[in-house]
Design a protein around this ligand. Structure first.
Ligand code: PGA
Length: 254
């Protein structure tokens, strides 16, 4: 089975108003999107339910993701959102381990793995982010860093769970910097991610798991990246807030 192309839009803590959010989502719901591509957008948690109402009333196939969730089911965890609550609200996806969570909020790979396990147990699908910093790339440790981040998840998930995981390779130095990884640099890591999954989970899982690229993806650079054999889509930050997001979604459209 070929892997279905996947494009995610990570709105991060943007835009600043519900009105702006409405117009962004209405434009997306009204756009002609490649039906062969799975499209998922991640607004801030506060806007997930209004976004769901907008997309549903427009009959849009665009799905929603939360940008984070707790590893706990319920209880005294002020400020957190449980994966069970996301599932109950019919939000199908959650982004976990984004580099901004890892670096700005101190999330370790073990915590990201625990969250991944909890989210999958709640019935969510997970966009699991991995990626190296510039210093790590320059030290030649890209593959070691990415493997260690994946290893934490492999250690707590059974092989069957990977069906609901999309791996996002996002080199930290490419996120929000306008400095995109070259198609060859991205393909090299994606191929290694697949080899890692083949060796550490199963070859079947490696073959079926979508490995998407994130980091300054734009309408200009997406076609060359999408043409790489191991790049199965994108996680888009800044450009997901702009009309060019539709062009990125439609990159494979004939
Ligand atoms: P960017 O962000 O496209 O703005 O670089 C990507 C991401 O953080 O997922």
């Amino acid at each position: 089975m070929p892997r279905q192309f996947f494009v995610g839009g990570n709105f991060k803590m943007n835009p600043a108003s519900l009105a702006a959010k409405r117009s962004l989502l209405s434009a997306l719901a009204g756009a002609e999107l490649d039906p062969a591509t799975e499209v998922v957008v991640a607004p801030p948690a506060l806007y997930l339910l209004p976004a769901q109402a907008i997309l549903r009333s427009a009959g849009s196939p665009v799905k929603l993701a939360a940008q984070n969730c707790s590893q706990e089911k319920d209880g005294a965890f002020t400020g957190e959102i449980s994966p069970l609550q996301l599932a109950d609200a019919e939000i199908p996806y959650v982004i976990l381990g984004h580099s901004e969570r890892r670096t700005l909020f101190g999330e370790s790979s073990a915590l990201v793995a625990a969250k991944t396990r909890a989210a999958l147990a709640a019935g969510l699908r997970v966009i699991l982010c991995v990626g190296e910093t510039l210093a790590e790339r320059e030290a030649g440790s890209t593959l070691a860093v990415v493997s260690a981040q994946l290893r934490a998840a492999v250690d707590v998930l059974d092989a069957g769970s990977w069906e609901k995981v999309v791996v996002a390779y996002e080199p930290v130095w490419a996120i929000g910097t306008g400095k995109v990884a070259s198609a060859a640099q991205a393909q090299e890591v994606h191929k290694e991610v697949r080899a890692f999954l083949a060796a550490e989970v199963t070859p079947g899982v490696a073959d079926a798991t979508r490995v998407i690229y994130g980091g300054s993806v734009s309408a200009k650079n997406c076609a060359e990246l999408a043409a790489q054999p191991d790049i199965d889509g994108f996680l888009v930050g800044g450009a997901s807030l702009k009309p060019e997001f539709v062009q990125i979604v439609n990159v494979n459209r004939k």
